[in-house]
Design a protein around this ligand. Structure first.
Ligand code: NG6
Ligand code: CA
Length: 502
């Protein structure tokens, strides 16, 4: 009798234990938009364009006002996001060409690797832009590896680089999708390959003209960065991309619904070339850039609808963010400038994509976990580089001192249990300039470089002298207070230096 009672007690304790462990393993859906500015969504104040699906997640979740990507361009932000280390510590992690080798060493602890170890199915769908294959780049006609599957993902469906870079094909796990071996694909970033027309020589063949760069091989009526030939049956159709990627995300969720899963949905929107589906074309009144925002919002709606249908909403953390700030003309004549219609992609912030000013990295950041994360807003200073250590803590994985060295466990802040800020946040700009944010202060280190990028019409924030801004009273970084607070400049630049030398 006594023994039966003991085993009953033990049994219910075990059930309780496994239930609480299971609770610690929510699914994670990370929707990472491309070039989406702080002010590009209606829940952050946009009025010319509406994003009801993103707004719903914001309303049901926690909306951050001071969250940062690690860099104001894509490759370094993504490198930091997935490894928990600053990309600027490693050379060759700037905007990657489409034939770059895998940038993340396969022995590195990564976000998907940690989650995989904790029993998660881990998928990546969408823009990769972190290189593929061994030194020298991949053999596109054979097995393409190492890649995401070698750094912790169990499934991948990728645009190898970006929408505006060749090769314009999808890579699923180790293979190009739909490649006909009789029509092998060749890629070069050095010289023309094959005899396919380029935008430069045949502008009459273009359905969307380029404004700067982007004048090489024409695919689907759009000239790209880089040359490619062959692989005709495998080429993507830009107007179908959002549907294809969202479909793959939802298939992955469906197939993984019984185990905890992590999906990194790296959208193509709203990067150039902006060629949204005909369902969205012309709908925003702001040209393709606004239409691409509508399309992105639709993607968010489809994925969250899928979670609802499968009864997974309460068991799933949804995060929506962006890899860097906004740009209006990023190389194609797509009416984005002409039809901006008073819309402010950066909201109240100065600068944009590429820049050291805050619009470069301060991006939308929303966390929803019904019943666990209290809806509201948080003005805590946070960085995407901390998601690695924070997810590790969430799922009970330990990190050694050598792992994810720049990542700090901020899970309580991300889940809204506290509004505690990170001690400091570092931002990286296109030319390598670093800035340090601490409390209400922002220090931008001196650097050489043009103050204004004419082609994209963006203020960079580069200056030969140190800059110091009080973001609490001057969010738009208009008054350089470095001369007024020399001691603070010395302190913040010393802190930055010590972190650089770490
Ligand atoms: C720039 C491209 C720009 C974009 C960017 C990368 C030109 C002139 N400009 O070099 O169009 O592709 O790289 O964007 O080629 S990111 O979001 O992937 O960082
Ligand atoms: Ca980007």
């Amino acid at each position: 009798m006594k023994t039966t009672f003991f085993f009953l007690l033990l049994g219910s304790w075990l059930v309780f234990q496994s239930a609480s462990v299971a609770q610690q393993k929510p699914n994670i859906v990370l929707i990472y938009a491309d070039d989406l500015g702080y002010g590009d969504i209606s829940c952050n104040g946009a009025v010319k364009v509406q994003t009801p699906n993103i707004d719903r997640i914001a309303k049901e979740g926690l909306q951050f006002t001071n969250a940062h990507a690690s860099s104001s361009t894509c490759t370094p932000s993504r490198y930091s996001l997935l490894t928990g280390t600053y990309a600027w510590r490693k050379t060759g992690t700037g905007i990657a060409p489409g034939d770059a080798a895998l940038l993340i060493p396969t022995d590195r602890v990564t976000m998907p690797g940690i989650l995989q170890k904790a029993g998660y199915k881990t998928g990546v769908v969408g823009k990769w832009h972190l290189g593929l294959g061994p030194k020298g780049g991949p053999n596109w006609n054979a097995e393409i590896k190492p890649g995401p599957l070698e750094i912790g993902f169990t499934y991948s469906f990728l645009l190898p680089a970006t929408g505006d870079r060749v090769p314009c094909v999808y890579v699923e796990n180790h293979r190009i999708v739909g490649l006909n071996p009789a029509d092998p694909i060749q890629v070069s970033y050095k010289e023309p390959i094959g005899n396919e027309p380029t935008g430069k020589d045949h502008p009459e063949l273009l359905k969307m003209k380029y404004s700067h760069g982007h004048d090489q091989t024409i695919v689907n009526g759009v000239s790209r960065i880089g040359y490619m030939s062959g692989g005709k049956s495998a080429r993507w159709v830009d107007e179908e991309m959002a549907d294809v990627l969202t479909g793959k995300v939802n298939q992955f969720i469906e197939a993984s619904k019984n185990s905890p899963f992590f999906v990194y949905f790296s959208t193509h929107d709203i990067h150039v070339p902006r060629l949204p589906n005909s369902r969205f074309a012309g709908k925003s009144g702001m040209g393709p850039r606004g239409d691409a925002i509508l399309q992105l919002d639709w993607c968010v709606g489809e994925v969250t609808k899928k979670l609802d249908q499968l009864g997974l909403t309460d068991k799933t953390i949804v995060i929506i963010s962006s890899d860097n700030g906004p740009v209006v003309d990023d190389g194609y004549k797509d009416d984005a400038v002409e039809k901006l219609n008073g819309h402010t992609p950066a909201g109240p912030l100065r600068g944009g994509k590429y820049s050291a000013f805050d619009a470069g990295t301060r991006v939308p950041f929303i966390v929803r976990w019904p019943g666990k994360v209290k809806p509201g807003t948080s003005d805590a200073l946070v960085s995407q580089v901390d998601l690695v250590a924070s997810f590790a803590a969430l799922v009970g994985q330990s990190l050694t001192k050598e792992d994810a060295t720049d990542s700090v466990n901020m899970i309580d802040t991300f889940l809204g249990r506290t509004k505690k800020s990170r001690d400091y946040v570092i931002e990286h700009a296109l030319n390598g300039t670093l800035s340090l944010l601490q409390d209400n202060w922002k220090y931008i280190e001196p650097s050489q470089g043009q103050a204004f990028m004419k082609e994209v019409s963006i203020e960079t924030g580069y200056a030969p002298q140190p800059q110091l801004y009080d973001l609490k009273n001057d969010l738009g970084e208009t008054k350089n207070l470095a001369g007024q607070y020399p001691q603070l400049v010395t302190k913040l630049s010393a802190l930055l230096k010590s972190i650089q030398e770490k």
